[in-house]
Write a new protein. Structure first.
Length: 148
């Protein structure tokens, strides 16, 4: 019995280490495309902000995942409230955070193609640039900016 009590914490520590080493961030939400591909929006901590990442499943059952894209960040923690990955018209993956659209990807047979946001990081001191980019993505995809 004593061996079991000693071995159990060691096993839990090993499992926690494996989970941390895998790099999979905290899951915000998952979606499944009409073709059956699963994507998830994940978050991880950064010193001054939150790191948002888009992951895709690479195995059956959503057990194995790979990072599909690194998403925009805002440096000051702005536009981080209420994050969500949204599938629009079965063709677009969009990320909304803080009341705006921050990232947009078109689903193509070859993978994801950026339609705005992504690595185009805007200056956190210029919220109007973030709002303008949100409106541009919304117009391209056919949603309203205020739906974010």
């Amino acid at each position: 019995m004593l061996r079991l009590l000693i071995g159990l914490p060691a096993a839990l520590i090993a499992l926690m280490w494996i989970a941390l080493a895998s790099g999979l961030p905290g899951v915000v939400n998952r979606i499944t495309t009409p073709g059956g591909q699963q994507y998830l929006l994940g978050v991880g901590p950064m010193p001054t902000d939150v790191d948002y990442q888009l992951w895709r499943s690479v195995g059956p059952g959503g057990v194995l995942w790979e990072r599909a894209e690194s998403l925009t960040w805002s440096e000051d923690g702005g536009f981080t409230r209420n994050p969500r990955l949204v599938l629009v018209a079965e063709r677009w993956l969009m990320v909304r955070r803080g009341g705006i659209w921050t990232d947009c990807y078109e689903l193509t047979p070859g993978g994801l193609r950026s339609c705005g946001g992504g690595h185009e990081v805007h200056d956190w001191r210029d919220p109007d640039a973030w709002r303008a980019a949100s409106a541009e993505m919304a117009a391209k995809v056919g949603v309203r900016p205020e739906d974010a």
